[in-house]
Design a protein around this ligand. Sequence first.
Ligand SMILES: [Zn+2]
Length: 247
Amino acid sequence: MRLTVIGSGDAFGSGGRFNTCFLLETAKGTLLVDCGASSLVALKARGVDPNAIDGILLSHLHGDHFGALPFLLLDAQFLARRERPLLIAGPPGTRARLDQSLELLFPRSSTNEWRFSWKVMEIEVARPTEVLGHGVTTTEVLHYSGAPSTAIALSDGDKRFAYSGDTEWVDALISVADGADLFMVECFAYSGKLPGHISWDVLKPRLRDLRARRIMLTHMNPIMLAHLDEVRAAGAFVAEDGAVIEL
Ligand SMILES: [Zn+2]
């Protein structure tokens, strides 16, 4: 399994980083994990062909994690001229939110006659689910998005990838990360306890509880980005746009 960081930014483009988007090339296919608002631009900047993506897996329904979908779908329709099917898998509520987003940004687009088939799979929280041949289990976390916000554990039968999504610290992250070859964890802030997000203050003493082979921080605000030396000194990794990680 190979992960390419397409976007490791927060919602605000801190550090010039693109919104959250990870490209996963696995034994079963090619997936995007999250597809934040800037992701179509970021994919093209990286030379990734959107038509090569088999499916998109969403942690939660915030614009910086799913907001590129209307653009990606319309690109597939009009420019990339996609012919292969596309699966969009996300938490309960994904279909309605995606239709609303399409309609808000491009009126009448939700009723397009699509040249390719795409469908939405709403993943029941905590129920092991197969997504394009991958074993996927989601865990509800603590982050308001108008629908369940989730952490994700994914296996292709060989390697395991885990991702916190956006959340403040919840002990459930320990089991999400358990046995993962890579655990991507959000660390929005440097210090303090804030609603809906993790800070380095909170995460650092928890690193020893996370039994993943590698832990990589993502979704950092400017103050956190100014303290990355502390992350590396603690033995964790830092996501960088364009980085490629072999799991
Ligand atoms: Zn969020």
